[in-house]
Write a protein that binds this ligand. Structure first.
Ligand code: FEO
Length: 170
């Protein structure tokens, strides 16, 4: 089935958006590493990798459908992250923005009656529910511990362990 140009454009925009997300997560990872939150930094770095995989899922679909992939230029927000809570709050806000983009993809696909893209888009709708839930949970926990350094380090160790980091020596 030939893809409607509206959907092609929206999917192309999504490829760029996923690369943008990857770069934002990379920047957050660097800032967290500078603050010595090595576990949270590893967690963000793994998210950056995952966003590149997401870009690949969309680009694979475009190419499999005999269309082309055209990346747009990427402008990153000027982030100044000074705390772990700020880092995850920014990540959460960005995930919510991505979720809205995915919902818009579903709207466009429905408008142009492109059934062939729905499996992919539905996968992403579900993925965004999980991503938002995970990041908002971490934001809640960071709010709970507040300025308590020991609490922040416990969250740092747990997130690092989730990404395969060895626990800190006792
Ligand atoms: Fe590709 Fe985190 O959404």
């Amino acid at each position: 089935m030939n893809m409607d140009p509206r959907l092609q454009e929206a999917l192309n925009d999504q490829v760029t958006a996923e690369y943008t997300a990857s770069l934002i997560y990379s920047q957050i990872s660097y800032d967290l590493s500078k603050m010595s939150f090595s576990g949270m930094s590893a967690w963000m770095s793994a998210q950056a990798d995952e966003e590149r995989l997401h870009a690949g899922k969309f680009s694979d679909h475009l190419l499999a459908r005999n269309t082309s992939v055209k990346l747009s230029s990427i402008t990153l927000p000027d982030l100044e992250i000074t705390s772990a809570l700020e880092a995850f709050t920014i990540a959460y806000a960005h995930e919510k923005k991505v979720s809205e983009m995915i919902r818009n993809l579903a709207r466009v696909a429905d408008d142009v009656r492109d059934f062939d893209s729905r499996t992919l888009i539905n996968w992403f709708l579900q993925e965004q529910i999980e991503e938002e839930d995970t990041v908002s949970g971490i934001v809640d926990q960071l709010r709970m511990v507040g300025d308590d350094g020991a609490g922040q380090l416990r969250i740092d160790a747990r997130l690092g362990a989730e990404r395969g980091q060895a626990p800190p020596a006792q």
